[in-house]
Write a protein that binds this ligand. Sequence first.
Ligand code: SAM
Length: 222
Amino acid sequence: MKFNVITLFPETIHSLTDYSILGRGIKSKIIEIETYNLRDFGLGKYKQVDDTPYGGGAGMLLKVDILDKAIEKVRAQNKGTFVILLTPKGQKYGQSQAKKLSRKDNITFVCGHYEGFDERIRELVDAEISIGDYVLSGGEIAAAAIIDSVSRLIPGVLGKEESHKDESFEDGMLEYPHYTNPREYKGMSVPEVLLSGNHGEIEKWRKEQAQKVTKDKRPDLK
Ligand code: SAM
């Protein structure tokens, strides 16, 4: 799976994706992340990428002609790539979308900055995604969050000992609670069943706990 990111700040993407589980996925060539610096497509001596909004108002907007050039280049180098605009106005992202995206071969993210984009950018992309009902300063954290959550679902990215199968949001449930040493801490103990060695009982307890925690914390999921 290849991810392309069009951004004014390529180094922020790599600082979030080149370590730990994703870093391993990159090293083993299961995933690849390429950044395209929007500044390289800018105009004139100062490589201008933004301009003031028609009608007045605060902030600068990324120019549609500059974004178009960048998207065209990415599309030319990545046949069939699925281009996603990151915007708080997009469809709200969740695990079901992560699963759908994990079945694609090539995805491109367009990260906004400043006040956002010239509206006409919407005609040049395949989807618009928001990672939540809040406003970030740029799309880079959103791109990294989606790359991370999608990559975890690609076979081979998680190690043998790790699995996404029991994780939260699989089957519309939150995950059961985990414990490790020490057995006792400030009067809080590890549930007896987890010390029993009885795998059937442990499995049953985990299922019940997942149902309970989902009902208590996220009744909307079921
Ligand atoms: N003026 C825009 C608005 O009110 O909808 C917000 C612009 S925001 C400061 C700058 C950029 O950050 C956006 O163009 C987008 O790429 C990214 N961004 C901000 N919040 C986001 C979110 N919730 N999901 C995805 N991207 C987001």
